[in-house]
Design a protein around this ligand. Structure first.
Ligand code: PHE
Ligand code: ZN
Length: 879
């Protein structure tokens, strides 16, 4: 049953559950179309709940077979069962055992929530509200239970049977072809962390002894025949576990830790207790099939899900409004892990790029919401960049605001005090207030106030008085439901750089020893004394707060920072600012003149000569121009993506031409004959070589085509081969260009994850024929509308990575996406709703584009029987 408008759930309406479920005993008999689930729930009234309340359990598309209280069937007038609820009108007011038997069809479950089949493998996804698609339950994160799960299946169909916790029994069922396994999870958990898996899977494993002496076995399960591709994930898992012991003092707490890769999955991965289930894209890696970026993502997501064991599982969320409590904190933890394992500066640049590419636009558009929302219609739509990425930025600011030592004390207090509970943001912050002896009530506004603050900074030097004054002012534009904004607490990491790059011993009592100034009112200023010469301000080092910075530095000052700043992030930022300014200006003229990029080109050339070989990964970041989306954000109104594309193309062409000699030299100098290794240093060299290839081709497509063909042919790894294919996509149309696509397809036709890259590159081609190409590719046998990875690669890439074609002035890009959303809504509403968010920037586009986008959105909105997921997004987008 579908409802056009789901009811609004509000944070202020939270009240504790009237009943608690202490124990859950499950017996799951797996069957492709009729899986039976018998649940025995040990229920008691909650002393904190209402004494006379009925017991209302959640369901979703469920069919009840049997029901008993303490072993006795209930009279028909004592209960009511619908697909979405099981109600006991007057349940016992003392502890009792409720036995429920339901039946579900895993093969028909295309929403990929609850119990479903992926390939031949049975698996579950219960966050946020999937457990209710398996059995009737109090499906809310503040009901914590201890689970015992018995799983039974055909031994031939599902030789591997996995559950949460520790394995306690297994065996054949005599006289049948079936077998069973029993799993016991001693840690109380909410239902969203429940999982089972059954299927034919290969396994790689190793022993792990925790720092506090527990012997465990850690394992990764993958499709048969792919176990060599699981080795990197297992290695990343071991490193994640060691890091959490070392940095956060957190040890693992079960005898086994299992990771399972499945090919149909709505999200990246899921932190089910002791049984993480992954989108196989974030597990499987070999040099021949995965890029350096894939390896880095696998490492980060393996870490993320493992870190949830403490920040999410041992301490979970009271309600879904607190989602950032586990997600923001866990993203912060995985970012720090990657920074420690790889390059901190390059990691930070990448994280900021993601924040600006995804979270800033979200926060500037109709879907803007606070990091802790106060209401929702569909919780699945709140797994957003704001909750995850801005949520992580808040933790990062908290650490810089109170200092690393108090932050560590606060974390320890949180782990001690809240372990085993379903906590709130208030309880989390109270630990840091206590540990630091500070009042964090003002800081807490970051959780409640939506929108990206804008900080205007200006500096004035007084040579006579040898003083320098920095004036800072913050403001936040209105967001849906929040017309008025208050100042927030903004840690500003800053420094002054001398024009000649020398040291400046400037002082201000307002700036802490660690270089942080805290801006906590609408405006403030800092007066530096003893400033020997005119300084260049370097503000928001490392992007110390998730804000937009408006600081009007001259090109010469930006060049000073690019050359001399001690903060690598701000060196990179200076280059980006220089390029952004130029690109915005050129996007405003009809025939952009690439020669205007000569200054930028010379700056980049000088930078390369001084830095490229010492830190290629960083240099690649400096060379990479702001994306079309970033330029669009800067322009912010009446955006013409074609103009942006022309400007960026002209600049790239000029830079590529001007740097050609140096880039060719670097490609040789950085070439390696060693066998492929995914480590950060090797990946960094490849990233600079491939950035060089892209620029050379931009400057001279003839020369580019030759290099592309050679690199494509000679590559011994997917990173280099795919980089060649991506540059190929940007070459002028030709038979050779298409032949390379065909060759790639022929080589990898048996590798769905590799073909995803092939789909994505073609869908992002910035040329007229791309929409037709995408429509054609949808008929390719390798494409499948029911597989979320395929859909994201082809349709998602078109909508999110192809500004000129998605935002075609004739509206056909929008119409196509609307069609796809409507088509997908019938099978997988979550994926459909996520695709629809690509319309998030529609109000910033040029007038005719706005018209096309609005028409497409209205067409979606007018469809009968929309899912709550799509209905919620479409109405907010139009609102
Ligand atoms: N909790 C998962 C994570 O971020 C994300 C997720 C949410 C996965 C909902 C599936 C469903 O680690
Ligand atoms: Zn997470």
């Amino acid at each position: 049953m579908r409802t056009e408008t789901a009811p609004v759930v509000r944070l202020v309406d939270y009240r504790p559950s009237d009943f608690l479920i202490d124990r859950v005993e499950l017996d799951v008999r797996l069957h492709p179309s009729e899986t039976r689930i018998k649940a025995i729930l040990s229920i008691r009234p909650n002393p904190a709940g209402r004494a006379d309340a009925p017991l209302i359990l959640d369901g979703d598309e469920l069919r009840l077979l049997d029901l008993a209280v303490d072993g006795t069937a209930l009279p028909p007038d004592a209960f009511a069962a619908t697909p979405q609820n099981l109600t006991l009108f007057d349940p016992p007011r003392a502890p009792f055992r409720l036995t429920i038997e339901t039946v579900v069809d895993p093969s028909a479950n295309t929403k990929l929530m609850g119990l479903y089949r992926s390939g031949g493998v049975y698996c579950t996804q219960c966050e946020a509200e999937g457990f209710r698609r398996i059995t009737y339950f109090l499906d809310r994160p503040d009901v914590l239970s201890v689970y015992t799960t018995r799983i039974e299946a055909e031994a031939g169909e599902a030789p591997v049977l996995l559950g949460n916790g520790n394995p306690v029994a297994a065996g054949a069922i005599p006289g049948t072809s079936r077998h069973f396994a029993v799993w016991e999870d001693p840690h109380p958990k909410p239902a969203y962390l429940f999982a089972i898996v059954g299927g034919r899977l290969d396994r790689v494993a190793e022993p792990y002894r925790t720092a506090d002496g527990r012997d465990a076995e850690i394992a990764v399960y993958v499709e048969p025949g792919k176990s060599e591709r699981a080795a990197f994930a297992l290695d990343a898992l071991r490193r994640s576990m060691r890091w959490d012991e070392r940095v956060f003092g957190r040890n693992y707490d079960l005898d086994v830790f299992n990771v399972v890769a499945v090919s149909d999955f709505n999200m990246g991965a899921m932190e089910n207790k002791g049984l993480n289930i992954f989108n196989d894209k974030y597990v499987l890696a070999s040099p021949q099939t995965a890029t350096d970026t894939d390896y880095a993502n696998i490492e980060a997501i393996i870490a993320h899900e493992y870190f949830h064991n403490w920040t999410g599982n041992r301490i979970t969320c009271r309600d879904w409004f607190q989602l950032c409590l586990k997600e923001g904190l866990t993203v912060f933890r995985d970012q720090e892990f990657s920074a420690d394992e790889r390059s901190r500066a390059v990691q930070r640049i990448g994280d900021v790029r993601t924040l600006r590419a995804r979270q800033f636009p979200e926060d500037a558009g109709p879907l803007s919401h606070p990091v802790r929302p106060t209401e929702y219609r569909e919780i699945n739509n709140f797994y957003t960049a704001t909750v995850y990425e801005k949520g992580a930025e808040i933790i990062r600011m908290l650490k810089s605001h109170i200092g690393a030592a108090d932050f560590a004390r606060g974390m320890n207090l949180y782990f001690e005090r809240c372990d085993g509970t379903a906590a709130t943001v208030e309880e989390f912050l109270a630990c840091f207030a206590e540990a630091s002896g500070r009042d964090l009530s003002h800081f807490a506004r970051w959780y409640a106030q939506a929108g990206t603050p804008r900080v205007v900074v200006s500096g004035t030097y007084d040579a006579g008085g040898r003083t320098y004054r920095l004036d800072l002012a913050q403001s936040t534009a209105p967001t849906p439901g929040q017309p008025l904004k208050e100042p927030v607490v903004i840690p500003v990491a800053l420094g002054l750089v001398a024009e000649d790059g020398g040291r400046l011993d400037a002082h201000s009592p307002r700036v802490r020893d660690d270089g942080v100034f805290v801006l906590d009112r609408a405006s403030d200023s800092i007066l530096f004394s003893d400033v020997a010469s005119r300084p260049v301000p370097s503000v928001f080092r490392g992007l110390s707060a998730p804000v937009r910075v408006a600081l009007d530095l001259s090109d010469a000052d930006l060049l000073t920072l690019l050359r001399h700043d001690t903060d690598p992030f701000n060196r990179w930022q200076a280059g980006q600012s220089l390029a952004t300014r130029l690109l915005v200006r050129l996007a405003g003229v009809s025939r952009p003149d690439g020669a205007e990029a000569e200054g930028l080109a010379q700056a980049l050339l000088a930078f390369l000569r001084g830095n490229a070989e010492a830190d290629p990964a960083f240099a690649a970041q400096v060379l990479s121009l702001p994306s079309e989306a970033e330029i669009a954000q800067e322009i912010a109104a009446d955006v013409d993506p074609d103009a942006i594309h022309r400007a960026r193309k002209a600049v790239r062409a000029h830079v590529g031409g001007a740097l050609r000699g140096e880039l060719m030299r670097l490609r040789d100098a950085l070439a390696s004959s060693a066998p492929y290794s995914p480590d950060a240093a090797s990946a960094g060299r490849r990233s600079l070589r491939n950035m060089a290839l892209e620029l050379i081709a931009a400057g001279d497509s003839g020369a580019g085509a030759g290099l592309v063909a050679a690199q494509y042919r000679d590559a011994d790894n997917m990173t280099d081969r795919l980089a060649a294919l991506a540059v190929n996509a940007g070459l002028p149309p030709s038979a050779e260009r298409e032949a390379l696509f065909q060759d790639f397809y022929d080589r990898y036709r048996a590798e769905p994850l590799v073909l995803d890259k092939w789909f994505a590159i073609q869908a992002a081609m910035p040329e007229d024929g791309t929409l037709e190409r995408v429509l054609r590719l949808m008929n390719d046998p390798a494409f499948s509308i029911t597989n979320p990875n395929r859909v994201r690669s082809l349709v998602g890439s078109f909508a999110l990575n192809n500004a000129t074609q998605f935002h075609r002035a004739d509206g056909r890009g929008y119409a196509f996406l609307a069609d796809m959303v409507v088509a997908l809504d019938g099978t997988n509403p979550q994926v459909a709703a996520r695709l629809l968010t690509a319309f998030g920037t529609w109000r910033t586009m040029s007038a005719e584009r706005r018209q096309g986008a609005e028409a497409a959105l209205r067409r979606v909105a007018s469809k009968p029987d929309l899912s709550p997921d799509v209905s919620d997004i479409v109405h907010r987008s139009l609102g």
